[in-house]
Design a protein around this ligand. Structure first.
Ligand code: SAM
Length: 282
């Protein structure tokens, strides 16, 4: 079954009485070149277990199953399960898990399904929960080698910006702490059914074995990062003072000690700056 052919998809969905849910971020891929490329650049190969989030009707899942040892795909929408059973019937190495990816025990899932395999994540994400999903995958320090995902183009810019670059925000700093991100390729809105209002990009996060900085208290460093980026029009010192409830003079004297300009903005600060500042504030 050609799962990128619009007439095939439409008759499949009609037969199952399926209608798209905007609330669940359902835009299915219809561009035939995207899924094979995602699977390949996402590292789906023998010896690898792939965790997919939101298989939809299984268009990417099938490409992953062809290349990887095993695929575990988590789908929230129970209406898609009978469709997936039909579209993926030829594959013995795919397991569909009905559930909400944000509520599942992902460490347990990876351990039980992918024992002895290298694990990667590959998914066309539901955009309404892009950041929570990526943070759940990164912060829990799951044994994942890389995360290859389709996200909104604008989100791709932010997620792949490095600390010190203009587009950088609190999320970019967290992504950079846990991984080395890169943009892989752009995908136009016309590649989906229904077409979303924005274009997309595929990005890959190569998960780091060791973080690039070593703050004494990781949680405190991320509080500092969040506070610094909380008011983007202000200088970092003003935002940090307001966000952490500390006198601005105290922040400025720490900036002096660290050799940072008094009027620096958060997006110009490096991860080392945030780590040092959080240690000094501790
Ligand atoms: N992979 C398919 C494709 O590329 O055509 C579908 C991608 S669609 C953008 C996102 C998918 O994520 C939908 O199938 C949707 O039902 C599912 N989804 C939405 N929220 C989810 C959640 N919290 N946990 C798991 N899957 C979810």
């Amino acid at each position: 079954m050609v799962l990128t052919d619009i007439s095939v998809i439409k008759s499949l969905l009609a037969r199952h009485g399926f209608t798209f849910s905007k609330a669940m971020g359902q835009n299915f891929l219809i561009n035939p070149s995207v899924c094979p490329r995602m699977a390949e650049e996402g590292g789906a190969e023998k010896g690898t277990g792939v965790l997919e989030i939101g298989p939809g009707i299984g268009v990417l899942t099938a490409q992953l199953a062809r290349r990887a040892e095993k695929v575990a795909a988590v789908e929230l929408d129970g209406r898609l399960l009978p469709i997936l059973a039909e579209t993926l019937s030829e594959f013995q190495n795919v397991e569909i898990i009905h559930g909400d990816v944000l509520k599942l025990d992902l460490a347990g899932l990876i351990e039980s399904r992918f024992s002895g395999l290298r694990c990667v994540v590959c998914a066309n994400l539901p955009y309404y929960i892009t950041t929570p999903i990526l943070m759940a995958l990164l912060e829990r320090r799951l044994p994942i080698e890389s995360i290859t995902v389709m996200v909104q183009r604008e989100a791709a810019g932010r997620l792949c910006a490095r600390p010190g670059e203009r587009e950088c925000g609190a999320v970019s700093a967290a992504v950079w702490y846990y991984s080395v991100p890169q943009k892989l390729f752009p995908v136009s809105r016309g590649s989906f059914l229904p077409a979303p209002e924005v274009d997309s990009s595929v990005i890959r996060l190569d998960v780091r074995k060791e973080p690039p900085v070593r703050p004494a208290d990781e949680a405190r460093m991320f509080q500092v990062v969040k506070a610094a980026f909380s008011q983007r029009r202000k200088t970092a010192a003003n935002a940090l003072s307001a966000g952490l409830g500390l006198p601005k003079a105290e922040i400025l004297s720490l900036f002096s000690a660290m050799g940072i300009a008094q009027d620096v903005r958060a997006e110009r600060m490096t991860l080392q700056n945030f780590s040092d500042l959080s240690d000094l504030l501790g």
